[in-house]
Design a protein around this ligand. Structure first.
Ligand code: CMC
Length: 391
């Protein structure tokens, strides 16, 4: 088999060829299917970008309407799924519930397990886009003890997200277009990010020919961790802790630099971006706009600004190219929109869904081999078995 090259964390190893996302970490460039993230965030909506990411081209008006209609057809979730939701304690973290529910979908949708042709692939894509959104919001309803809502065919995908989350049986729910616009942009910015931890997980699980729901459920688990998608929740918790502790941002900056202290500045640094994260730039602007439009004056924001300013001038952060990443600002917007902290990573998952689907589809279409890394063994050489009475 020859010598094995060790590359822990795959810092320098490519795992696949991909046509989906171009990322230049030195220059801070991000493109989906060749289109600049700045253009897409500014001019397209989330389903349009989802179509682009999954199928490779921007949809025509007809294609987009068809896609939306086909997704809508699959937004009904099997009633028996509710028994599964009932089994969780209210205190369960929504990401754990989401991962389990996504996996449970396989039981009710066997065709999404065995995709055999293009038609079945298209159905699997639409089913996943439809059902995942609904169950993602159900994790919140469960946490709050609210009755579950159903998809409303008269309004759009992102509008549905808000209504599914927040509409109460006691009255009508008014959807704020400023909030919908901001969420649309945030979902677009999260739609794909080439071979990150959760996407690589989706591809590697799928490479054994496990189905789309099973692969995505694994992706949700990978995303949950605080070094990946869970960072958006961790950022807000960090900011709240700083606030409770008197608001001294510099104290926490010093902690982050102290190698004997495990604390890291959440929302800072990135494996690939060694320059400003282009998504962070767009989100930062969006955060300012949203907060101004909604008239939110959040003291947490001042702490975030102070932290950011100090870190950007600090030698430790400068020399290591540690800039604020997408998660640093997204939590601030989510909070302003009234989304509870425990749901932040679920929103990341909704945004990342088209990317996971596209990467899984590409892996299957390209007939990639099963993912199976090697290792360098560092354990004992052969040992003689010791009988129980001699141990
Ligand atoms: N605070 C303090 N020091 C840091 C930080 C941080 N946030 N991030 C990296 N460093 C230091 C690290 O200690 C190391 O220092 P040294 O060279 O002295 O040992 C150096 O910078 C390089 O870091 P690394 O851990 O080798 O880099 P990595 O590429 O393995 O990790 C990362 C990337 C994103 C996991 C890391 O920067 C981190 O833990 N950041 C905080 C969590 C976070 O915000 N994650 C979200 C990432 S973006 C979106 C997403 O993927 O969800």
């Amino acid at each position: 088999t020859g010598a094995i090259t060790l590359d822990p964390g795959y810092k320098n190893s490519g795992s696949c060829k991909s046509d989906i996302t171009f990322l230049d970490g030195e220059e801070g460039i991000l493109r989906y299917r060749g289109y600049a993230i700045e253009d897409l965030a500014d001019k397209a909506n989330f389903l349009e970008v989802s179509y682009l990411v999954i199928f490779g081209e921007l949809p025509t008006k007809e294609q987009l309407t068809q896609f939306e209609t086909d997704i809508r057809r699959y937004t009904l979730v099997n009633e028996e799924m509710k028994n599964i939701i009932d089994g969780f304690p209210k205190t369960a973290h929504p990401m754990g519930v989401l991962s389990s529910l996504t996996s449970a979908l396989t039981a009710f949708n066997p065709k999404v397990v065995n995709v055999e042709n293009e038609k079945e692939m298209y159905e699997a894509v639409c089913k996943t886009m439809g059902k995942f959104l609904v169950i993602a919001t159900w994790t919140y309803r469960k946490m709050m003890g609210y009755p579950l809502n159903y998809y409303d065919n008269t309004i759009g995908y992102v509008e549905n997200f808000m209504q599914l989350m927040f509409k109460l049986p006691t009255g009508p729910y008014e959807i704020n277009p400023v909030v919908v616009d901001a969420l649309d942009k945030l979902f677009i910015l999260h739609a794909d990010h080439e071979q990150n931890c959760s996407t690589s997980t989706v591809r590697i699980v799928g490479s054994s020919h496990a189905g789309l729901f099973a692969s995505i459920s694994a992706g949700v688990s990978a995303l949950w961790g605080p070094l990946h998608g869970g960072a958006n929740q961790a950022v807000l918790e960090m900011l709240e802790e700083i606030q409770k502790d008197g608001g001294d941002a510099d104290k926490y900056l010093a902690k982050a630099k102290d190698k004997n202290d495990p604390f890291r500045l959440m929302g800072f640094g990135h494996r690939v971006y060694k320059n400003f994260d282009p998504r962070a730039k767009i989100i930062k602007r969006a955060a300012d706009e949203v907060l101004a439009t909604l008239g939110v004056n959040d003291p947490i924001l001042n702490i975030a600004k102070k932290l950011e300013e100090s870190a950007l001038q600090d030698e430790y952060f400068k020399s290591r190219n540690l800039y604020p990443n997408v998660d640093f600002y997204s939590g601030i917007i989510y909070r302003a929109l009234g989304i509870p902290t425990d749901m932040f990573t679920v929103l990341f998952a909704i945004g990342r869904l088209p990317g996971w689907i596209a990467q899984w589809k590409e892996m299957r279409v390209n007939k990639e081999p099963i993912g199976r890394p090697r290792q360098v063994y560092t354990g004992h050489p052969l040992r003689s078995f010791i009988p129980m009475d001699k141990r």
